[in-house]
Ligand binder design. Structure first.
Ligand code: ATP
Length: 326
């Protein structure tokens, strides 16, 4: 390869900057020219390419977000949109592409690399950790730490007032963040999309805890958990409160703060390794793969598998939460 483009796409995640830095510097190290694409696929279609030198990625290792910005781009879902992106990239002399993003971004990358002669490699960047083929995605560990420290603070006030808190965390389709942050923060119950928790069980559960004279209870609720469709976490809390008026229930929605902040040391190392691995994979003539790390080893997973195969949450952790919250 002579000239490589890198972009970030879909939801942002802490550590994306670290991955950009690693891609840029690894490429330059190997004598490959690099350009950054602004705002993901939208920048390819809009012809927004910026040359990247080693110093352009100075001092971003500790910064959340992405200096290349990110966007959702409807036009790239169409063949015509992707053709414009290709023509623009070709005119720039780009002969390889690195896409940092989630499964939607990889679906786009898969189509693009099947349709045109620009080999593409993906780097998993999402706080959801919902990509098959890597033990962890970039941003997940940072988001976990953010949630745990936020819940620690909520716990202080919950305990002072003997309250029950329903804390909503991100995860419309996957419960990884909710599950691990629940264990890490000593939650009394964890509701995730992968497991149906009958309402009665939740009620019973809270009743047991409060009867046991716990000074506070934290229920971690993933956005996509059972019972969240009909009115969300506020509605859920309201329902429980109607059945147990004696409980002092509050709700906290953590929201977008879960996406921000300085990447954790773990995410920095992961993003550095995956950034290098993506460039090396392209130099080795690999394409249409996502690079990941499984059991401490770099893996190359075809886009197809990364998108279609489902990564399973560790359900033992749910039982663990139950055991440890008696
Ligand atoms: P996150 O997991 O954080 O939401 P993501 O990468 O899954 O990140 P999406 O919004 O699903 O985020 O996808 C990002 C972009 O990828 C879309 O805006 C679109 O440009 C492109 N994309 C997604 N799905 C497809 C598809 N089926 N075909 C072509 N392009 C797609």
């Amino acid at each position: 390869i002579k000239k490589l483009a890198v972009l970030t796409s879909g939801g942002d995640a802490p550590g994306m900057n670290v991955a950009i830095r690693a891609v840029v510097r690894t490429a330059i190290y190997h004598g490959i020219e690099v350009v950054g694409v602004m705002e993901g696929y939208a920048g390819m279609i809009r012809n927004d390419f910026r040359p990247m030198k080693s110093r352009d990625v100075s001092d971003i290792i500790s910064k959340g977000g992405t200096i290349l910005k990110t966007a959702r781009c409807e036009e790239f879902r169409t063949k015509e949109g992707r053709a414009i992106a290709y023509e623009n990239a070709k005119a720039q002399g780009i002969d390889a592409l690195v896409v940092i993003g989630g499964d939607g971004s990889f679906q786009g990358a898969k189509l693009f690399s099947e349709e045109f002669d620009i080999p593409t490699v993906g780097i998993p960047g999402t706080i959801d950790n919902d990509l098959f083929g890597t033990d962890s995605t970039i941003g997940y560990d940072t988001a976990l730490n953010t949630v745990v420290s936020a819940v620690d603070k909520i716990r202080d006030t919950a305990t002072s007032h003997k309250r029950v808190f329903f804390v909503e965390v991100m995860g419309r389709d996957a419960g990884f963040l909710a599950l691990r942050s629940g264990i890490g923060s000593g939650a009394e119950a964890i509701l995730i999309p992968e497991v149906q928790t009958p309402y009665d069980k939740l009620k019973q559960f809270l009743n047991d805890k409060t009867k046991g004279h716990k000074s506070s209870s934290i229920v971690i609720v993933a956005e996509g958990a059972e019972g969240m469709k009909e009115g969300g976490v506020f509605k859920l809390a309201e329902r429980v409160n109607e059945d147990y008026p004696e409980l002092d229930i509050r709700v906290s929605v953590l929201g977008h703060m879960q996406r921000g902040g300085a990447p954790s040391a773990f995410d920095r190392v992961l993003a550095s390794q995956l950034g290098e691995a993506a460039v090396v994979a392209l130099m080795d003539d690999q394409q249409s793969v996502m690079v990941g790390i499984q059991n401490n080893k770099i893996s190359h997973v075809p886009f197809n598998q990364a998108i279609k195969n489902k990564k399973n949450v560790n359900l033992d952790l749910l039982k663990l939460a139950e055991i440890l919250s008696i």
